[in-house]
Design a protein around this ligand. Structure first.
Ligand code: HEM
Ligand code: CU
Length: 554
């Protein structure tokens, strides 16, 4: 009550009241912002871990960081980036934008939404408390050092004796439950709360992709949680699920993990597809090419991605027929993905391109993701994988997908929607610095890893001997990492500066066509004063151009 009254007067609220408002909020927009802030925090932490890794690899026989700490660093880095940077960032965008884009006032279950956020954040906190208490049990190592996919038998009580692995299990599974609540909520929202008249084949493509994304979360996370519970039983209750010496199977862990792990890649990249499917049409001043095929391709990717997990296991010695199946299924994914790339290119073709920062990031995404996709096809070829599996070639490949893909597009989303969420534009000038440093740094960092990998440099080694031809590639990588670090610094500076003194955005700074731009920036807590009726895929175009509305042609 006090808060509601105070909101009406214009005097700023006392800090404690404001904080109380944020902590107790069930507003999808505030929860979205908190998710994104959380991901920024962990981006800094995971980024520093990555820089330390790169510093250690700067020269051969380096002694800056010892082997144990190095193992912990890449484990924490990978786990952090996936579970606590990309996941919360995409969840944040979906939370903020989906209800606005489908013209409703909140998600279906606002309290569940808040629970999901706090579980995710709590998961991250659990993981990092390992640094304070992880060696309590037997005094062995403070942080988990088993890699982000925590293969058996490394995680068994015999090899991981301290509590560190338990923090990994608990942190990721708690945040995984958070992701599940998010997915349930978003599916219910999209299916039941669209603005009157908005058919499922008229929702913005970002919403379509988030629908498939949530569905993938629902299918992929429970096997991981189950596997983690089995691992806890192995570790503390004398079970032997993954203990080969007692009749268990270390491979079982790999199957369960990758049944989650491969779809997880698509869980991280579909939102990116969605974001650039919003940005590219607006900045090409054209309708998206092939809406229906785009939605269908997303569904196809979702389905196929559930059946390719063992392409992460070609080197364990599966049956040849299994290898052949998983290889072929992986190639198949290139078809719907190719359709998408074709559609984006066709949208760009002949458009009046406006090279503002969101568009730069979208194009950055397209080119980098293409490289990651192509090396992915190489890796899906069994004999190639046998050669370069677990080498730096692989590290290069998945960073092109996850960083050049997901994170580039998510950053583009920040530039695109920041004006909506804050009422201020981000600076184009600082944005250019951000983009170009990131883009150049990124390619310096991860490009040479392809070569180091082909020259035989294994991943997860804390140092290497001189004279194998790897030095120069590692040095370029490390320089690239710092260039990129500066790029990200510009991003944060841009946000801070623009929040204080950015240009006013107005409701619809990009002259866009989807419903989030129909309300004020930032939107009021109830989103829309009046719920708009929708008759086409570009409802705002119809409003702006009553003489020539889209619904006449759709
Ligand atoms: C800030 C820039 C980044 C740098 C400099 C960086 C660098 C590295 C390096 C050098 C490794 C290999 C460690 C090793 O095998 O010895 C690595 C591993 C990894 N990175 Fe990154 N990375 C960055 C960003 C990201 C992002 C954005 C993601 C995911 C969204 C990510 C996910 C991973 C994963 C999953 C691993 C594997 C960890 C493991 O082997 O268990 N990284 N990174
Ligand atoms: Cu995969």
């Amino acid at each position: 009550m006090a808060i509601a009254e105070a909101e009406q007067s214009s005097a700023p609220l006392p800090l404690v009241t404001q904080l109380h408002g944020w902590v107790t909020t069930v507003d999808h927009k505030r929860i979205g912002i908190m998710y994104i802030l959380m991901s920024f925090l962990f981006l800094v932490v995971g980024g520093i871990e990555a820089l330390l890794i790169r510093l250690q690899l700067w020269v051969p026989d380096n002694t800056l960081i010892g082997p144990d700490t190095f193992n912990q660093l890449f484990t924490m880095h990978g786990t952090t980036m996936i579970f606590f940077v990309v996941m919360p960032m995409l969840t944040g965008f979906a939370n903020y934008m989906v209800p606005l884009m489908i013209g409703c006032r909140d998600v279906a279950f606002p309290r569940l939404n808040a629970l999901g956020f706090w579980l995710s954040l709590f998961g991250g906190c659990i993981l990092y408390t390992c640094y304070f208490t992880g060696d309590a049990l037997y005094g062995m190592g403070s942080a988990p050092d088993v890699g982000w996919f925590a293969y058996a038998p490394l995680t068994s009580p015999a090899y991981a004796r301290g509590g560190a692995v338990d923090y990994w299990i608990l942190g990721t599974s708690v945040s995984g439950v958070g992701a599940l609540t998010f997915a349930v909520n978003l599916i219910a929202t999209i299916l039941t709360m669209r603005a009157p008249g908005m058919k499922l084949n008229q929702v913005p493509l970002f919403v379509w992709m988030m629908l498939i994304d949530s569905w993938l979360i629902l299918v992929a996370f429970p096997p991981l949680t189950a596997a983690q519970i089995m691992l806890i039983l192995d570790r503390y209750a004398g079970a032997h699920f993954f203990d080969t010496q007692s009749g268990g199977s270390a491979l079982l862990w790999q199957h369960l993990f990758w049944f989650f792990g491969h779809p997880e890649v698509y869980i991280m990249v579909l939102p990116a597809f969605g974001i650039i499917s919003e940005i590219i049409p607006v900045f090409s001043r054209k309708v998206i090419f092939g809406y229906a095929s785009m939605a269908a391709a997303t569904a196809a990717i979702g389905l196929i991605s559930l059946g390719v997990w063992a392409h992460h296991m070609f080197t364990v010695g599966l049956d040849d027929r299994l290898d052949a199946y998983f290889s072929a299924a992986s190639f198949l994914i290139a078809v719907p993905t190719g359709i998408k790339v074709f559609n984006w290119t066709a949208t760009l073709y002949g458009g009046r391109l406006k090279m503002r920062t969101p568009m730069l990031f979208a194009l950055g995404f397209l080119s980098m993701f293409l490289i990651g996709g192509l090396t992915g096809i190489m890796l899906a070829t069994v004999p190639v994988d046998w050669q370069v599996s677990d080498s730096y070639f692989l590290v290069a490949h998945f960073h092109y997908v996850l960083f050049g893909g997901s994170l580039f597009a998510l950053m583009g989303g920040c530039y695109y929607w920041f004006p909506k969420a804050t009422g201020k534009m981000l600076s184009e000038k600082l944005g250019l610095w951000h983009f170009w440093l990131l883009f150049i740094g990124f390619n310096l960092l991860f490009g040479p890893m392809h070569i180091a990998g082909i020259l035989g440099m294994p991943r997860r080694v804390y140092t290497y001997e001189a004279g194998q031809g790897w030095e120069i590639w590692n040095q370029i990588s490390t320089i690239g990492a710092f260039v990129m670090g500066f790029g990200i610094l510009f991003f944060f500076i841009n946000i801070a500066v623009s929040l204080r003194s950015g240009k006013k955005a107005g409701d619809d700074p990009w002259d866009a066509w989807t419903l989030e731009w129909a309300t004020s920036s930032p939107p009021p807590s109830y989103n829309f004063e009046q719920i708009l009726a929708v008759r086409s895929r570009r409802p705002l175009w119809d409003l702006k151009h009553p003489e020539d509305p889209d619904w006449k042609y759709e």
